[in-house]
Design a protein around this ligand. Structure first.
Ligand code: NAD
Length: 293
C-alpha cells in the first residue's frame, strides 16, 4: 500500500509556482495577483481564506483580502465584483462560499468574469470543461488529477466510482475521469444519496473517489483488493484530546480499508492540501492568459 502524500505533492507544486513567479519577476513581467472576497466571520471560512492569502505570499503572488460584514447587500458585492473584473492588477479572484442567505450565490458567481474565475465555478468554465476546451478546473478535482498523475497511477480503462455529485467535487470529477486524456479514460460510475446498494458499485471499482462527508462511509467490505482510494471527505468530529476540540475524519474507514489498497489518501494530509496549491496554479494560469488567450 502506498500513501498518497498530498502535503508533499502540494509543497512540490507550490515550489514550482514560486520558481515561475521568481522568473516572471526577473524578466519584469506581471506578478500574479489573487483577490478573495470574504463575507462574515464564520470560523471555517476565515481560516480557509487566511490560508489562501498566506499561500499567495509564500509563492510570491500579490494578494488582496476584501472583507464584508454579514449584512452586506447583494448590490455592494456585485459592484465589487465588477471592480475586480475591470482591474488590470487583479488576475483572478474568488468569493468564499457559503454566502449569507439573503444573497443569491449563483448570481454572484455568474457575475465573475470567467477569465478571472480561478475557482472554476462559473457556468462558462463548467461548460468549457464538459466540452473539452481549456478552462479553469475546480481546485479539488484538479488536485486529485495531480495526485494521480504525479504518482503515475494508471487510469485508462479502469473503472472509477465517484461518490458524491456536488458541483465543486463529485460532478466535475466524474466528467474529468471519463475524458479522453491522462488522467482520465476511465469508465465512470457516479454514485450519490439516491444510489441503491452503494457497495455493489464500489466493490467493482479500480479507483474510488469519495466526496460525501459521512465519516467511515466506505468500509473494507466495500473495496476490492488493490483498489486506489481517494478520500475527499473532511468532517469535524469531537475530540477532547485536541486543543481545538475536534479532529478531521474522512469518508473512508482508513484503518481497515488501507491494507486492501494499492494507493490511498490519508485524512488529513491527502486531498486537502492540494486544493490551495491548485487555486494558486489557476491564478498563475490566469496571469499568463493560458486559458483565455
Ligand atoms: P456536498 O456536501 O455538497 O454533498 C454531499 C454529496 O454526497 C451529495 O452529492 C450526496 O448526494 C452525496 N451523499 C450523501 N449521502 C450519501 C450516501 N449515503 N451515499 C452516497 N452518496 C451520498 O459535497 P461536497 O461539497 O463535495 O463535500 C463532500 C465532502 O468533501 C465534505 O466532507 C467536504 O468537507 C469535503 N470537501 C473537502 C475538500 C478538500 O479537502 N479540499 C473540498 C471540498 C469538499
Amino acid at each position: 500500500m502506498i500513501l498518497l502524500d498530498g502535503k508533499r505533492t502540494s509543497e512540490a507544486i507550490q515550489q514550482e509556482i514560486a520558481a515561475e513567479v521568481a522568473d516572471i519577476r526577473v524578466h519584469g513581467g506581471k506578478v500574479p495577483h489573487l483577490a478573495a472576497i470574504l463575507v462574515g466571520n464564520d470560523g471555517g471560512s476565515v481560516t480557509y481564506v487566511t490560508n489562501k492569502v498566506l499561500a499567495c505570499e509564500k509563492v510570491g503572488f500579490g494578494s488582496t483580502l476584501i472583507r464584508y460584514e454579514d449584512d452586506v447587500t447583494e448590490e455592494e458585492l456585485l459592484d465589487k465584483i465588477q471592480e475586480l473584473n475591470n482591474s488590470d492588477e487583479i488576475d483572478g479572484f474568488i468569493v468564499q462560499l457559503p454566502l449569507p442567505r439573503h444573497i443569491n450565490s449563483q448570481k454572484v458567481l455568474e457575475a465573475v468574469d470567467p477569465r478571472k474565475d480561478v475557482d472554476g465555478f462559473h457556468p462558462v468554465n463548467v461548460g468549457r470543461m464538459v466540452a473539452g476546451l481549456t478552462s479553469f478546473l475546480p481546485a479539488t478535482p484538479y488536485g486529485i488529477l495531480q495526485l494521480l498523475e504525479r504518482y503515475n497511477i494508471e487510469t485508462s480503462g479502469k473503472h472509477c466510482v465517484v461518490i458524491g455529485r456536488s458541483n465543486i467535487v463529485g460532478s466535475p470529477m466524474s466528467i474529468l475521469m471519463a475524458k479522453a486524456a491522462y488522467p482520465g479514460n476511465s469508465t465512470v460510475t457516479l454514485c450519490h444519496r439516491n444510489t441503491v446498494d452503494l457497495a455493489y458499485h464500489t466493490r467493482q471499482a479500480d479507483i474510488i473517489i469519495s466526496a460525501v462527508g459521512i465519516p467511515g462511509l466506505l468500509t473494507a467490505d466495500m473495496v476490492k483488493e488493490g483498489a486506489v482510494v481517494i478520500d475527499v471527505g473532511t468532517t469535524r468530529v469531537p475530540d477532547d484530546s485536541r486543543k481545538s476540540g475536534y479532529r478531521l475524519r474522512g469518508d473512508v474507514d482508513f484503518e481497515n480499508v488501507a491494507p486492501k489498497c494499492s494507493y490511498i489518501t490519508p485524512v488529513p494530509g491527502g486531498v486537502g492540501p492540494l486544493t490551495i496549491a491548485m487555486l494558486l496554479k489557476n491564478t498563475l494560469r490566469a496571469a499568463k492568459r493560458e486559458i483565455y488567450a
